[in-house]
Ligand binder design. Structure first.
Ligand code: TYM
Length: 337
């Protein structure tokens, strides 16, 4: 039987964080044997908010090397750069013409990001790409007939919109897309900000103490975990509502050690927050040390370029067939192909 297909990506707006790793990247790696994986670096999404070109380039290069350093295997997964497969943008336009402005206006991420832009640059300049962002994401997914989309919790709304757009296109023009489902990890789908555990950990945060980047210096990582906000109860218990900071550290530990939340609670029974932070810190350092070593090894290697070329070629073959089917069904090809 053919393997089910998974499609996903990470946006190049900042440094890849522990949240991205636990919510997404770790699963890409763990599931690459079982699924037909299409994983890309979402550089087109990376320009939906203003970004300096050298920073963008650096983020893209880091993301690519990190994918492989974290264990994505080019012989198993199809790994590529989003903009290398122009069909993503092409399909995005066709889907844009079939998406309501109201649907896009309702997206939580659009509301958050646009209000943040307004308050930070003081102007009313909101790039329309920020509004269209979920349509491009729908294109990324529908182009490959994904069965499942491995993502963190914050992307749930975008996957729901993808499903609506896909269903609309199928009923309006004829069957063209598989309707995908989201795949979120049971534990770790929303890793929280270390300084404000009411928010998710985000790579676009202005406060570097609030997130751990996979490429952070190890001493910095330890300091960040030491200064993570907890509470004054000194009781290690998983209670996301009343103890978000402690629960977040428990979640991180559970994901990195691959043990259940209950076992983590049992392990830390009667221990204090100092011990919890030391242990979480050790687990994160154990994760990051080999990743960073591998990263340094491959960062400038020609091999990475070759892997990406192979990935883009393979993705393009699928994407090309799909875009032609879509064009035919929509009536864009004046001669039926
Ligand atoms: P992005 O770059 O914001 O995040 C990449 C992945 O990491 C997950 N994630 C988290 N998971 C747990 N805890 C967190 N604190 C956390 N922060 C982020 C995200 O849910 C995501 O899975 N639009 C997407 C990228 C994208 C995409 C796609 C994803 C573009 N096209 C098609 C899937 C399919 C984004 O900006 O993710």
């Amino acid at each position: 039987m053919d393997k089910k297909r998974m499609v996903s990506g990470i946006t190049t707006t900042g440094k890849i964080t522990l949240g991205n790793y636990i919510g997404a990247l770790k699963n890409f790696v763990e599931l690459q044997d079982e699924y037909d994986m299409y994983i890309f670096v979402a550089n087109l999404h990376g320009i939906t908010t203003p970004i300096e070109k050298e920073v963008l380039r650096q983020n893209i290069k880091q993301a690519i090397a990190l994918y492989f350093a974290c264990g994505l295997d080019p012989n198993k997964a199809t790994v590529f750069l989003q903009s290398d497969v122009s069909e993503h943008s092409e399909l995005s336009w066709i889907l844009t013409c079939n998406t309501n402005i109201g649907e896009l206006n309702r997206m939580t991420q659009f509301k958050d990001k646009s209000s943040k832009l307004k308050s930070s640059n003081g102007t009313e300049f909101i790039p329309s790409g920020l509004l269209m962002y979920p349509v491009l994401m729908a294109s990324d997914i529908l182009l490959y007939d994904a069965d499942l989309v491995p993502v963190g919790k914050d992307q749930k709304q975008h996957i729901e919109l993808t499903r609506s757009i896909g269903e609309r296109m199928n009923s309006k023009y004829g069957q063209m897309f598989k309707i995908p489902e989201e795949y979120t990890p049971k534990v770790g789908a929303k890793i929280l900000d270390l300084q404000d555990p009411t928010k998710k950990m985000s790579k676009s945060s202005d406060n570097p103490k609030s997130y751990i980047a996979l490429l952070d210096n190890i001493d910095e990582v330890k300091r960040k975990i030491k200064s993570a906000v907890t509470d004054s109860e000194n009781l290690i218990k998983f209670d996301p509502e009343n103890k978000p900071g402690v629960s977040n550290l428990i979640t991180i530990y559970s994901c990195l050690k691959n043990i259940s939340i209950e076992d983590v609670e049992e392990f830390f029974k009667e221990k204090d927050y100092g011990v919890l932070k030391d242990e979480v810190s050790a687990a994160v350092v154990d994760l990051l040390t080999p990743i960073q070593n591998k990263y340094k090894e491959i960062y400038n290697s020609k091999q990475v370029e070759e892997w990406l070329e192979i990935g883009a070629k393979k993705a393009k073959e699928k994407a090309f067939k799909k875009i032609n089917k879509v064009k035919n069904l929509v009536g864009l090809n004046y001669k039926k192909k």
